[in-house]
Design a protein around this ligand. Structure first.
Ligand code: FES
Length: 202
């Protein structure tokens, strides 16, 4: 578990689960200010209780989406293969609602670097490509009274240490040296289209 972070919209108001657009790429940073995550409303209930394994053969169970329809999921946006991730300039990895040339299946998270694909309705399990383990899931809480969402932790094989080791210099330059600043209190969610200048489609 990491510190609880309430999810906010771009106007810094609580993000309401029932207002999340379906099948769109939304992004926030958690559990560190430098580690991006996808927030996706799948538009239908996510399968529950998926048994998964990390690259180190550790088993864990993903218990499904949250929100009134159980359709809202979140995953680390750092590819479990070689750590491609969405930056302000470019993103090789994103959720694809529709099938394309390389992603024959619709509704996958696809990394164009070497075409790893992950199923966001099944705990981020690998459905194609060289990734050795699922995307790390972000644990979400939904308050049925207020309809608010919060990130509270991660589940599965985190890649944060490898990510910091690989990109430390770049992240330090971009964040005034604060490479591992934990997110606490809140995290702002934005559309990937607004966050990232160029999205690679493959
Ligand atoms: S970094 Fe994503 S498939 Fe290789």
């Amino acid at each position: 578990m990491y510190a609880r972070a309430r999810l906010l919209d771009a106007g810094n108001k609580p993000l309401l689960a029932s207002k999340l657009p379906a099948r769109k790429n939304l992004i926030f940073h958690y559990p560190y200010a430098t580690t991006p995550c996808f927030l996706i409303n799948l538009g239908k209930p996510a399968r529950t209780r998926t048994q998964l394994k990390t690259a180190g053969n550790e088993s864990y169970e993903w218990t499904g989406g949250v929100g009134r329809a159980g359709s809202i999921v979140a995953y680390s946006a750092i590819c479990a293969h070689q750590l491609a991730y969405p930056t302000r300039q470019i993103s090789f990895i994103s959720y694809r609602a529709e099938a394309g040339t390389q992603n024959k299946q619709a509704e996958v998270i696809h990394c164009c670097a070497e075409h790893s694909q992950y199923d966001p309705a099944a705990g981020g399990r690998v459905v194609a490509g060289p990734a050795p383990q699922p995307l790390a899931a972000i644990l979400l809480e939904h308050d049925p009274k207020t309809d608010e969402l919060a990130a509270v932790g991660t589940l599965g094989g985190e890649m944060f240490n490898q990510f910091f080791a690989k990109y430390e210099f770049k992240l330090a330059l971009e964040n005034n040296g604060a490479v591992r600043r934990p997110v606490t209190g809140s995290a702002v969610v934005t559309e990937l289209d607004h966050y990232c200048r160029q999205q690679v489609r493959c």
